[in-house]
Design a protein around this ligand. Structure first.
Ligand code: FEO
Length: 177
């Protein structure tokens, strides 16, 4: 009886609205992971091994973000729900368009995280509010990194040798993200 009571008590700790928002965020992280994985395939099939490595690493990272939220929901007594996500886009005009898409994806994730931060605050769920601070910081770094790459592409360009230089540059970022 004691065990059942304590389980019920834990379930009560996660507000339904926050729970739904966190579940949706899991789907968003999973979507981002698939987008980057598909982008890695695009880059790999064009012999852009540095860019492919970077995107593969990033895809893994997004999956760990999903997992982090999964574990948190679970720890708070909720049952995480893995949702169906749309198939990612698989065609890009060029590397510039691809990294523009990375940057926009990161901005969308940041917007979504920020909304849940405010929601958690509104619901007086300080545990979730605090949990999400890690994501706020992570998004700041990821946006900065994506914007740095977009800037480099704009400066160097991707014609002729430029594409090789960009591939080397982005490949050099692997392990530093
Ligand atoms: Fe986990 Fe880059 O969003």
């Amino acid at each position: 009886m004691g065990v059942n009571n304590s389980i019920k008590e834990i379930i009560m700790r996660l507000n339904e609205t926050v729970y739904q928002a966190l579940n949706n965020q899991m789907a968003m992280e999973y979507t981002a992971s698939n987008i980057y994985l598909q982008m890695a395939s695009w880059a790999d099939s064009r012999d852009l091994s540095g860019i492919a490595s970077f995107l593969n690493e990033h895809a893994e990272e997004e999956r760990t973000h999903m997992r982090k939220i999964f574990d948190y929901i679970s720890e708070r007594g909720g049952e995480p729900r893995v949702q169906e996500v749309p198939a990612p886009r698989d065609q890009y005009k060029d590397v510039a368009e691809l990294f523009d898409a990375v940057y926009h994806e990161e901005k969308s994730v940041s917007d979504s995280i920020n909304k849940i931060v405010f929601l958690a605050w509104d619901q007086k769920d300080l545990a979730t509010f605090q949990f999400l601070q890690w994501f706020v910081e992570e998004q700041r770094e990821e946006e900065a990194l994506a914007s740095q790459i977009v800037g480099k592409i704009n400066t160097i360009g991707t014609n002729g040798q430029g594409l090789h230089l960009i591939d080397e540059y982005v490949g050099g970022l692997v392990g530093n993200a």
